[in-house]
Design a protein around this ligand. Sequence first.
Ligand code: PSU
Ligand code: MN
Length: 309
Amino acid sequence: MNNFEETSIVVNDEVRTALHERRGVVALESTIVVQGLPAPINLEVAADCEAVIREGGAVPATIGLLDGRIVVGLTMEQVARLAAPSHGTAKLSTRDLGPALATRQDGATTVAATIACAARVGIKVMATGGLGGVHRDAITSFDESADLTALSRTSVLVVASGVKSILDIGATLERLDSLGVPVIGYQTKSFPGFYRSDSGFVVDWSVENAREVAAAFLAHQLFSSSGLLLANPVDQERQLDEALHDQALASGLAQVAALSITGKEVTPVLLGEFARFTSGLSVQVNRDLVVGNARLAGRVATELATLSA
Ligand code: PSU
Ligand code: MN
């Protein structure tokens, strides 16, 4: 490591040791905590995700920027500092990392930025809520999340409840196909719809357990440097009611159009409108699905470590 690398990326002791001993490590993003979920549940979700990853035998590594350094393995105090509303923490995608580091910013990392950092230090698995993707107006706005292109060039297995249902799900699946990113359903061939268990789209592959997907990812790595999406649906009993979902989405899309919201604000505004419209029900579902994904990611990371040994 040269000096710039050394001062730009800090890996906490527990994560460093786990990587050195080739144990399972799961990266977690900070954007979901800072821009994706309201207080105080955001910090509860951050802590719960770490706890369930440990239950699966792996070590959690929440990633974000503090004082112009990428921290891999933020403490909960550091996460709280980033999440404080008064802090005005920026949402950082992959392309923001360079300028943010050079100007010594604090920042929350999206899936795209988180997997870039994770891959840099040797972490192979990440958990999130819903991957970003192609927005419904992409034909004119060109708004397609950098999560997709990041996943196409970064060898990290991402566990998510599909892609966010605010998106054009069919178009996003087509892009993942073009980009060569395998999409594997966990115990299902129905592609999840984030707040809903089933988006109505099907996927070609499913696995029955964590070991199978770890084996699939190892095999994929023989041919490709892309990541893999493990699509894990939220429990049917916990999903958002379909009519309520569709009404909240319509309201959110109308708001985005009326206020001419574009760019990185779109996703947080839509999720915020879901929370308001459903009186917090969407936040509970989001919590359940993220924690479920973290739990599965912990088991997958452990299996991957075992199979790679
Ligand atoms: N999953 C959630 N909530 C979120 C996100 C994912 O349940 O807020 C975040 C992730 O950081 C993801 C980002 O990378 O939303 C996508 O933002 P955009 O559409 O601007 O690329
Ligand atoms: Mn976007």
